[in-house]
Design a protein around this ligand. Sequence first.
Ligand SMILES: *Cc1c(COP(=O)(O)O)cnc(C)c1O
Length: 236
Amino acid sequence: MSIRENVDLVRGKIRAAALAAGRDPDSITLVAATKVQSSDTIRDAIAAGITCCGENRVQEFTAHWSDGAYEGAKVHFIGHLQRNKVKYLVGKVDLIESVDKRSLLEEIDRRAQKLGLVQDILLEVNVAGELSKSGVAPEQLDELLTAADALPGVRVRGLMAIPPIAVSPGGNVEYFQRMHQLFIDIRGKMTDNRSCVDILSMGMSGDFEDAVACGATQVRVGTALFGARPPQRAQG
Ligand SMILES: *Cc1c(COP(=O)(O)O)cnc(C)c1O
């Protein structure tokens, strides 16, 4: 299958899931998870209609960025982020989806203010309470939100989650529903006038239709667009 066929196939499934849930299919963005893909593959995906790329690693992002590979599309950072790498992203990516700590918020704010801009971010929630995963615990989300609210250089646009790989169909629905409720809750809590909370990023190749049914506004899909990835080294 070509990338174009895969993009059409995934779009069709998003559309069907949205309509079945009584949602507008155009309100859902397909973010192509481009980790380990080459700049040429990214260009192919954009030519095939992808409007947004999600990158996991700062190093890959920087290489593709220098190549001009993202031309014509937006870029989100979706991977685990270390404080000392924030400087390579602020002002370049449209959205940093994986903010889960106050120290990250403060560094993004500092870098953004230095550049005279406001960086859009999502707060990543560890919705399943997995020890091995990053993300703020649902119980600590309010505290992080309050911290973000006070920083002029960041604008919280919503929430992101990476639930466990579902072992059976529908296995993540409870987590997606919980995320949707948190998303609705925080909308009411943002008090500053910069905020525009309208993004709920959840769902991957194995479960994006369930995520759409539960209210996702963005799904991050890699394998279903590009095929299986080679085994990976640890994140860094
Ligand atoms: C790789 C990745 C995805 C996409 O995963 P697939 O199962 O290949 O669709 C989505 N989100 C994040 C954060 C990822 O790292």
